[in-house]
Design a binder for this molecule. Structure first.
Ligand SMILES: O=P(O)(O)OC[C@H]1O[C@@H](O)[C@H](O)[C@@H](O)[C@@H]1O
Length: 239
């Protein structure tokens, strides 16, 4: 890869820099299956395919809404302050968050070594870097992974909501990060593991969209808008 063509790398976090997409995935599975069991309308279980199709990469409550809609279920939105016991979109999202936070607290996070190798390379060559994550937990995950001081710009779920930016697959959070770094979109690379994430990079017309296949599948990522798909980020170390 020739980095002289680019001024910045915009990284998704969960599943790109840290193996936390797995933790999100497990927490969603436990929460949605418990919820579907509670209902009396004979729903099929929630599966990993449901995660990749409806939830992966999206902001918390958008993921809940998308999955429920796929099953013909509509709940009141509620508000982000809703208690986890409430049967609302926000209540269910917050139920899942309790499970995610417990794993983060008990197990910590180790970043992918190959991703840290690419960050080291970009630091050496002076390429600007930002994190663009749908997650409201991104600052806590970055801190737990020892990566917080690597990024000057972090656009997470809280920042997006405060700035009124629509989440992935809309391009707005990535465009906002590029603007914060003072780089143009054609000189910026988006790195993403989720279908909604590569769609966001494509919709923003960025210089390069890199898909990282952590389970979404290389072909779906290419079809969604990735220019190239890699298994590990150190494949991108180059000039
Ligand atoms: O941590 P939060 O705010 O609930 O965000 C959830 C989402 O954060 C994203 O980064 C993950 O890719 C999603 O899969 C996850 O569902």
């Amino acid at each position: 890869m020739d980095w002289t063509d680019y001024d910045a790398a915009l990284f998704d976090l969960d599943g790109v820099l840290t193996p936390t997409a797995e933790v999100h995935m497990r927490a969603w599975d436990v929460m949605f299956n418990a919820y579907l069991d509670e209902r009396d309308d004979d729903q099929q279980p929630y599966t990993d395919e449901d995660y990749f199709a409806w939830v992966d990469g999206k902001p918390r409550y958008d993921g809940v809404r998308s999955f429920l809609a796929s099953r013909g279920i509509t709940l009141p939105d509620g508000t982000p302050e809703d208690a986890p016991e409430l049967e609302t979109v926000c209540g269910l999202g917050n139920r899942k968050n309790a499970a995610f936070s417990a794993v983060l607290r008990d197990e910590g996070v180790t970043p992918y070594p190959a991703s840290v190798a690419l960050l080291d390379h970009l630091r050496e060559r002076g390429t600007a870097v930002a994190v663009v994550s749908s997650s409201r937990n991104a600052p806590a995950v970055l801190a737990a992974a020892g990566l917080a001081d690597r990024f000057e710009v972090v656009v997470d779920g809280q920042v997006a909501s405060a700035a009124g930016l629509p989440g992935k697959p809309a391009p707005d959070t990535y465009l906002y990060a590029a603007e914060q770094l003072g780089v143009t979109k054609d000189r910026a690379v988006v790195l993403e593991d989720a279908l909604s994430g590569v769609q966001s990079g494509r919709a923003g017309d960025f210089g390069l969209v890199v898909g990282v296949d952590r389970g979404a599948g290389a072909q779906p990522l290419l079809d969604g808008g990735a220019d190239v798909v890699v298994a590990e980020l150190d494949e991108l170390i180059g000039r």
